[in-house]
Design a binder for this molecule. Structure first.
Ligand code: TNX
Length: 615
């Protein structure tokens, strides 16, 4: 029933906008706006950011209408037709990211209180243009429906984390992803810049971090036996390149948060400067995907000096109010056996090694505060007592967020079961090798990601305000090519963007699946090699062992799929049985099923053997 209802709404009055806006009113019966080469962009309000963004938008429109529409200040505007008016007005009752977008026969009017809002309105407007078909000449003239959209985000922190430590991603690739974030109205790019397997940012005071720490001899691609490949790997960003990325991000209203991991995940730094470890032993940058026992020595003042020097350069580069200090997965075994660490524990009257970690992070937090920056760390920091103003990024579930919020700390949901893009997105045997972590089981389908409700039910109204948003994570132990990155990130990032932006009451899984059909075309237009796993078929089996029969229902994470199946072990084709409703089979049986579009198979073939239970 749900499906039928959703379908009616969809076909009658919807636009496929992702993430879904707060309110969309189509004005049926009113004439549309024609967008073609006569278009002009009018600026209402003097603001250099507005002008910059209008100029960039004009270039984007050129790809659609053939010429870049002129950008004209309001004073020179002579009541022309076919204009987009970008209007900034401070007195509007708008948050800085909110906007309204009105389309009538003569004008498109964008209203916002800040340039960010205008930027998001334009992202929405781009989605009202039909996706250009790859390989087909542009249409150059479009009709946009008369409508009114009012929109504002649910969360202020809408993040994407990229791990460039396990595999290095060049600047061009990072920029490509910043474009994808902008398209999804994601405003925070968390850059995981160092880990055991590589240090990726130039620090002038410590050149060995990148001359030595950015390179490893091998890369362990594989643990579980699917494939095995080893190769040398490395790379890093100069500070000039970092500035270039920051500029690019800022033009897209994206804040870049650098992460400097400590005290764990620091093997590459210890390879460059072995004297910072407890044992002082020389070592090479790690080639293994595991949590390493060797971490910074917290009993050695040299470590604190080093970390402060590094942070000094980081703080000078990144304008964001936050710096992420990691703090996750730091085994305490070395500290237990280290005379310096033990001496520090007694000197500072600490209870144990957990408190030593809190001590280290607190010292760094005070240091950051002296530079006007706030600390973020992974949820392990809740274990040894939270440092005063820390923001907690919660990856191991909701518990860290609940603890943090109850103590008045801000929290960001990065729950691995919903937001980890390195997990399998359908049956593992149909997928390329992915992370199958112990915490999460490593299985996160499109629907699972979409189903995330970031505010834990345990929190009251006041506590809830501390959940400032959520974030998608792309860890890259098993992801080293651009195509594979795209495959893991999309479409799940589209689903998560809607969790980040759209009000809880407005989210709708069936409607989202319908919109994804258009979104896939947009992704194609941007040459994103997204995964089609949402078309793979899932089996739901209800066995009747007594009668040796089973009732089988088939489903996918896509809208209205054409599923065909076989019961004789053969590959399904468009001539096989179409799936219409749950069906009964005699056991034992092997069902093979796949999704088709225009008689072409668009999913993998999934299969399930259903056996009689033996008494
Ligand atoms: C846990 S999440 C990690 C990362 C791994 C990831 C793999 C977190 C703070 N630490 O080091 O890459 O799992 O999914």
């Amino acid at each position: 029933m749900m499906d039928v209802l959703a379908r009616d709404i969809i076909h009658n009055d919807s636009l496929a906008i992702i993430p879904q806006p707060s309110s969309v009113q189509l004005r049926k019966g009113l004439p549309p706006f024609r967008m073609d080469k006569n278009l002009k962009i009018i600026l209402w309000g003097e603001n250099s950011r507005l002008e910059d963004l209008a100029n960039r938008f004009s270039l984007q429109l050129k790809e659609y209408v053939g010429v870049a529409p002129p950008v004209i200040p309001m004073r020179n505007y002579d009541r022309e037709r076919q204009v987009i008016v970008l209007s900034l007005s401070a007195e509007k009752d708008f948050d800085s990211e909110a906007y309204s977008l009105e389309i009538n026969r003569q004008q498109i009017i964008v209203r916002a209180s800040a340039a960010a809002g205008v930027f998001y309105a334009l992202q929405t407007l781009l989605q009202l243009l039909p996706p250009r078909e790859v390989g087909i000449a542009p249409r150059k003239s479009f009709l946009l429906p008369s409508c009114r959209i009012d929109d504002r985000p649910r969360f202020v922190w809408r993040g994407f984390m990229l791990d460039v430590a396990r595999y290095f991603m060049p600047v061009s690739l990072v920029k490509r992803y910043l474009d994808f974030l902008a398209m999804h109205k994601i405003n925070t790019f968390h850059w995981h810049l160092n880990d055991d397997q590589g240090w990726r940012i130039e620090i002038k005071k410590y050149p060995r971090l990148t001359s030595f720490g950015a390179w490893r001899k091998d890369s362990q691609l594989e643990l579980s036996g699917k494939q095995m490949a080893f190769s040398p790997h490395g790379g890093y960003y100069t500070q000039e390149e970092i500035k270039d990325v920051l500029q690019y991000a800022s033009e897209r209203f994206i804040t870049v948060i650098p992460e400097v991991e400590m005290p764990g995940h620091s093997y590459a730094a210890l390879a460059a400067y072995p004297e910072l470890s407890c044992t002082g032993k020389p070592r090479e940058v790690s080639t293994r995907w595991k949590v390493h026992d060797d971490i910074y020595c917290a009993g050695n003042e040299k470590t604190y000096k080093f970390l402060e020097d590094v942070l000094t350069e980081i703080v000078a580069l990144f304008p964001a109010p936050y710096i992420h200090l990691g703090g996750d997965e730091a085994p305490k075994i070395r500290w237990k056996n280290c005379p310096k660490c033990q001496a520090k524990i007694s000197e500072e009257s600490l209870k144990n090694e957990h408190e030593l970690q809190t001590y280290l992070l607190k010292r760094m937090e005070i240091f950051l505060a002296s530079k006007n920056k706030k600390l973020i760390a992974w949820d392990e920091i809740t274990e040894g007592g939270l440092s005063p103003d820390a923001t907690v990024m919660c990856w191991r579930g909701f518990d860290g967020a609940i603890t943090a919020a109850r103590q008045g700390h801000d929290a960001i949901i990065a729950h691995s079961k919903y937001t980890y893009l390195d997990h399998y997105q359908s049956e593992p045997y149909l997928e390329p090798l992915a992370w199958a972590g112990l915490v999460s089981g490593g299985y996160t389908t499109l629907q699972k990601s979409y189903s995330l409700e970031p505010i834990p039910v345990q929190l009251n109204r006041a506590e809830e305000k501390h959940i400032i948003g959520l974030q998608a994570q792309l860890w890259t132990e098993y992801i080293r090519s651009t195509d594979h990155m795209d495959y893991m990130t999309f479409p799940r990032l589209s689903a998560l963007s809607e969790v980040m932006w759209t009000a809880k009451e407005t989210k709708d899984w069936n409607y989202f699946k319908w919109k994804m059909e258009t979104q896939y075309k947009r992704l194609e237009q941007r040459e994103i090699k997204f995964s089609k796993s949402a078309y793979n078929v899932y089996f739901n089996v209800a066995m009747d062992s007594l009668n040796r029969t089973a009732l089988i229902s088939l489903s996918t994470d896509s809208f209205d799929p054409s599923i065909y199946y076989t019961l004789d072990g053969s590959e399904p084709t468009p001539n096989s049985k179409p799936y219409i409703a749950p069906f009964q089979v005699d056991m034992p049986v092997t069902v093979k099923a796949a999704t088709f579009k225009n008689a072409i198979r668009i999913s993998k073939v999934n299969q399930k053997t259903i056996m009689t239970t033996q008494y």
